[in-house]
Design a protein around this ligand. Structure first.
Ligand code: NAD
Length: 247
């Protein structure tokens, strides 16, 4: 049996399958990931840009990165990987997606059960007085938006290193990981904790880990049961085809 057939068999036999996705899923939509050689961290050092303390120290500098990311995410479209995951959900073969991405592309592809583990850019918040604003209240061009009550620079509601995971996302993901019989781990280096613990929880309860990535990760030789190498935009549609044929 080839790896795709084996993955399809696991999914068919699983009473509850979840997916954990990362930045790699959106690379084919034109949004670079962080850790690949052409990724964002080549340009923006995470310690200097992705930690909440860095934002506190120099929010204008961090907004330069945010402006660049916003430009990419607003023009990006879902790619065949997002569409294939939405189709798996439609087919009743995927319960939920837990995504580390903040680009909204799973939802735009039609996925309904999406847990945004690292938040999203839905609103802007003041980390000093707690005020929240809709981005529509500001003209976001080249100047960072400023809090209307305390005049501090606002932060998008995405999770920076050093911040806590949104409570409901964490709780719901842990519940799912403790129930799932299989997890698809797609386009993530699986090194950002606690998202990275999800496949380990599934595996520790006897569930299966199917991994889809361009390259091997820390999971591949440790807990992965089936590894499908390649771009998610190619491998996920092949897997869906395989499952459709066996319906
Ligand atoms: P990462 O950059 O650490 O890892 C990306 C992984 O995807 C790598 O293992 C890489 O080999 C793989 N990959 C790259 N292109 C691929 C493709 N076409 N098909 C399959 N796999 C591919 O990303 P991460 O693990 O998600 O963790 C980084 C953090 O960065 C996350 O917390 C996320 O919030 C954030 N981030 C989000 C976006 C986004 O929303 N699109 C973009 C960049 C970073």
């Amino acid at each position: 049996m080839d790896n795709f057939a084996e993955a399809a068999k696991i999914i068919k036999n699983s009473s509850l399958t979840i997916a954990l996705t990362g930045a790699g899923v959106s690379v084919e939509s034109g949004i670079p990931d962080f850790r690949s050689p052409t990724g964002l961290w080549e340009k923006y050092n995470p310690a200097e840009y992705a930690h909440i303390d860095a934002f506190r120290r120099d929010p204008r500098k961090i907004w330069n990165m945010i402006f660049e990311l916003m430009g990419m995410t607003t023009s990006a479209q879902p790619n065949p990987a997002h569409l294939a995951l939405a189709e798996l959900e439609d087919m009743g073969l995927l319960h939920s997606i837990i995504t580390q991405n903040i680009d909204n592309l799973h939802q735009r592809a039609g996925s309904k059960n999406v847990i945004e583990f690292h938040g999203n850019a839905e609103y802007l918040q003041c980390i000093y007085c707690g005020a929240q604003y809709s981005p529509e209240e500001f003209v976001i061009g080249t100047e960072p938006p400023v809090c209307k009550s305390c005049n501090e620079i606002l932060k998008p509601s995405v999770i920076f290193f050093g911040e806590t995971i949104p409570y409901n996302a964490l709780l719901e993901s842990q519940k799912l990981a403790n129930t799932a019989e299989a997890v698809l781990v797609v386009g993530t280096s699986a090194v950002v904790y606690p998202a990275s613990s999800i496949p380990h929880i599934v595996k520790s309860r006897g569930g299966s880990v199917i991994e889809m990535n361009l390259e091997q990760t820390v999971l591949t030789s440790s807990i992965t049961d089936v590894y499908l190498q390649g771009s998610a935009g190619e491998t996920l549609p092949i897997l869906v085809d395989q499952l459709r044929k066996s319906e």
